[in-house]
Design a protein around this ligand. Structure first.
Ligand code: UT7
Length: 329
């Protein structure tokens, strides 16, 4: 058996659309209030793509920033993997558009579909390529334009989500000496597929006038059920990732930004305070596959990734899917 290459995160980048949607903007669309949204979710505002703007536009900028922070060129990239549930097109993969637009001429490219676990799944797959010696530079991205699939008359879902993109560069650790990926885990339970679901637009229900009129092409969710599952899964994943280490070893916890109350309840269940938890849901809402790489990039730029300390990141989402990673920065 050949030895495993140690894998590091050489750089990060993110890109948020400029258009801000505040809770007050939603109060004009549906029967809701800033107070309800802040109290129940922690969200104050989120970003939406503008007319003509889409997932690939955000990804290209996030990818260029990640490459710049890693001190690399697009031609160094061997593979582009994007976790997204809102690619520009059903066909082809948004990763191919990104590969072309950044000029990653040598790279292979594909998307993967794991909803809010999309980035950690891309990271896990990319890490395996580098660890196996099959790639030396993998661009992993988590990005969404969820606003294009929101029913702006459904108050139980439309206030939760936002758009944005984050990216990271995976390299052999010897070449970057930062962000070593120590552990990754992935899981799924497809019996819960209807908890967060978009019925229309796929092969089972291609678009028809009737399906569009029924709103089958919007994201629907059973929020209360997801809430209960999320608290248990998020806390279990944190405990699993931290196994063998103490609270003092941990520098930062970057959870999927799903709902501030879910994050708080999960931390209470773990029995750890919130001081090491990175939260930016107040500014961006839930950007699905985007939340973790966007938070990771913000944390890096804010100097919150302490050298030698551990970083735990966990996510779960539609599928149901979940994932976790442990990184030594
Ligand atoms: O990343 C995975 C995708 N994310 C999720 O699946 C979200 C997970 N779930 C959640 O974050 C929370 O369950 C929500 C934020 C969606 C809802 O919070 P909750 O505390 O679980 O509220 P609830 O669903 O129990 O609803 C309480 C009340 C209901 O009214 P009644 O039935 O008690 O009269 C809702 O109709 O709040 C009502 N409600 C709203 N009121 C004002 C639901 N949405 C809103 C709203 N504004 N936007």
């Amino acid at each position: 058996m050949t030895s495993r290459v140690r894998v590091g995160i050489a750089g990060t980048g993110s890109c948020m659309p400029e258009r801000v949607m505040t809770n007050h903007d939603f109060a004009k669309l549906v029967d809701t209030s800033d107070e309800w949204i802040v109290q129940r979710t922690g969200i104050k505002e989120r970003r939406f793509v503008s007319e003509g703007e889409c997932t690939s536009d955000l990804c290209v900028v996030a990818a260029q920033r990640a490459l710049e922070s890693a001190g690399l060129k697009a031609t160094d990239v061997d593979l582009v993997i994007t976790g997204t549930l809102t690619p520009d097109y059903l066909l082809p993969a948004v990763s191919c558009l990104i590969q072309d637009r950044i000029g990653a001429k040598r790279a292979g490219a594909f998307d993967l579909s794991a909803a809010c676990t999309g980035f950690l799944t891309a990271l896990s797959v990319g890490e395996s390529f580098v660890a196996a010696g099959r790639a030396k530079c993998v661009l992993v991205i988590g990005a969404e334009s969820l606003s294009r699939f929101l029913d702006l008359q459904d108050r139980s879902s439309c206030i939760l989500f936002g758009d944005g993109a984050g990216a990271a560069i995976l390299r052999p650790w010897d070449d970057c000496r930062t962000g070593e990926v120590l552990k990754t885990t992935l899981g799924a339970d497809g019996s819960g597929f209807e908890l967060i679901h978009m019925k229309g637009g796929g092969a089972k229900q291609p678009p028809t006038q009737e399906s569009v009129a029924r709103g089958d092409h919007f994201i629907r969710l059973k929020g209360r059920e997801v809430f209960r599952f999320a608290v248990t899964k998020m806390s279990d994943l944190i405990v699993e990732m931290a196994e063998g280490y103490s609270y003092e070893d941990i520098g930062l916890i970057v959870p999927h930004q799903v709902n501030a109350r879910i994050i708080e309840s999960a931390m209470e269940r773990v029995g750890w305070p919130l001081d090491k938890v990175f939260i930016n849901i107040d500014k961006y809402g839930n950007t699905s596959a985007g939340t973790i790489p966007i938070a990771l990039d913000e944390a890096r730029r804010a100097g919150r990734l302490e050298s030698g300390k551990l970083l735990i990141s966990v996510a779960f989402g539609a599928g149901l899917t979940w994932g976790g990673t442990l990184i030594r920065w």
